[in-house]
Design a protein around this ligand. Structure first.
Ligand SMILES: *Cc1c(COP(=O)(O)O)cnc(C)c1O
Length: 438
């Protein structure tokens, strides 16, 4: 029988854990997991932890969800995986059709990959190649927002603006331009979130009007910039960005890898600005948090620019597990749950109720900028301790909460199946952690 300490020791010997200075685990123990159920993760001693970050923002309908499990069991008896070049199968076709119906605008062509970062790579390569096929090979540059996050592979990191992840690799990266972020935490004193968004849109306009001849695409996280600490902004910015991209002949890539599938309150964040991008990147909650799958959805105009007699005008990009049948089936089961349970409407009620119950945190003397967007809550904690995030994480674990602050930002991104009692517990114990961390 595996026990907690046995597994920890083996893991530290054999597994190189992601986004981690491994030496820190000399003092900070890993959390050993034996199973999950709903919003809870269990260790081998039967202790349970509330997964308040949806296992890195992917899980929306709970661990060991009966409906997703049943769909996967059925799919296992049919087809687990097959090459998608030259072949096709039911789950990938049905998923592409259903996504096309749900996505904003008319994004009828789905290019599948495995992780979020690979979707970003595809969107960047596709944008550049689109312009080249259209006879505009000078459009090679990418623009992103300050504080953006689009993944860790070299291309995705090139359009990411998080120093901690990026600076070491700077010599390997391709230059890209960052325009000011509409994140309302950054607004000048006396300015409203909308005024700040409008000012940032003006800065974008200046850049695009001057440099559009060399710009292939603007890539943007709609409404919430997750990895920089849940920076939220007014939909106005997206509206203006859409207009400006159209006016200046720049493709708009919406990276909804985190925001997609209801996280910000609508199925896709773009809906709240009434806009449709030219390319839409999805992953994370796409499979309910079960299996790695990502997709880039594109307009007809983009698809058509690749459709030709010459092979090299085609998009010659692939990953071994592209369109994996099991992952697609998990995604279909996830979409079924959205339909069957009217998830967007019930989340709307839940979001309001949860915000009300979180008021004690919002009013805590060390808390600033308490904010909410759909099923995301975040706030800044006043602290001079450079190890604040790590210590808070440890205090939370001691109280049966899985939380991972980003710098001084504490956030909740619960699975949508979280119940009121679990939320109350989360709020109450988070307040205790605040009182215990300096
Ligand atoms: C997580 C994330 C990515 C990267 O996805 P991975 O699956 O981790 O490679 C890209 N963009 C955004 C907005 C994300 O939140």
């Amino acid at each position: 029988m595996t026990d907690n300490s046995d597994l920890l020791a083996r893991s530290l010997r054999a597994v190189w854990h992601p986004c981690t200075q491994m030496k820190l685990h000399e003092s900070l123990p890993l959390l050993p997991l034996s199973r999950g159920e709903g919003v809870w993760l269990y260790d081998f001693g039967g202790r349970r932890y509330l997964d308040a970050i949806s296992s890195w923002w992917v899980n929306i309908f709970g661990h060991a969800n009966a409906r997703i499990n049943a769909a996967l069991t059925d799919q296992l008896g049919r087809l687990e995986h097959a090459i998608l070049a030259g072949c096709t199968h039911e789950p990938v076709v049905t998923l592409a059709e259903r996504l096309a119906k749900l996505a904003p605008g008319r994004l009828g062509h789905c290019f599948f990959a495995s992780d979020g970062a690979s979707a970003t790579e595809i969107a960047l390569k596709m944008s550049f190649h689109y312009w080249r096929n259209r006879g505009e090979p000078a459009k090679t540059q990418f623009v992103s927002l300050a504080r953006s996050y689009h993944g860790e592979t070299l291309g995705a990191l090139s359009v990411t603006d998080v120093a901690l992840f990026k600076d070491v690799y700077a010599p390997l990266l391709r230059g890209s331009v960052q325009v000011p972020s509409p994140d309302w935490r950054l607004r000048p004193a006396g300015s409203s979130p909308e005024q700040h968004a409008a000012a940032c849109a003006e800065a974008l306009e200046q850049h695009l009007s001057r440099h559009h001849a060399n710009i292939a695409a603007l890539i943007i996280e709609p409404l919430v910039q997750g990895a920089c600490g849940m920076g939220m902004y007014a939909p106005l910015y997206l509206k203006r960005a859409r207009e400006l991209c159209t006016r200046h002949g720049v493709l708009l890539i919406a990276d909804e890898i985190m925001t997609g599938f209801g996280r910000t309150g609508s199925l896709f964040a773009c809906e709240q600005a009434g806009i449709a991008p030219d390319l839409l990147c999805l992953s994370k909650a796409l499979t309910g948090g079960y299996l790695p799958l990502s997709v880039v959805m594109t307009s007809d105009a983009i698809y058509d620019a690749f459709y030709a007699d010459e092979v090299t005008r085609g998009f010659l990009h692939s990953h071994s597990y592209t369109g994996n049948a099991l992952a697609c089936r998990a995604a279909l089961a996830t979409l079924d749950i959205f339909d069957q349970d009217d998830v967007i409407a019930s989340n709307r009620r839940k979001s309001q109720r949860f915000s009300l119950l979180a008021q004690p945190l919002a009013g805590h003397p060390r808390v600033r900028d308490f904010r909410n967007q759909g099923m995301i809550w975040a706030f800044e904690v006043e602290s001079d301790d450079p190890a604040f995030a790590r210590k808070f994480h440890g205090e939370a674990l001691e109280r049966g909460l899985l939380l991972r602050p980003i710098g001084n930002t504490v956030y909740f991104m619960p699975p949508y199946v979280m119940e009121e009692g679990e939320w109350r517990l989360l709020v109450e114990r988070t307040a205790q952690c605040l009182d215990r961390t300096g």
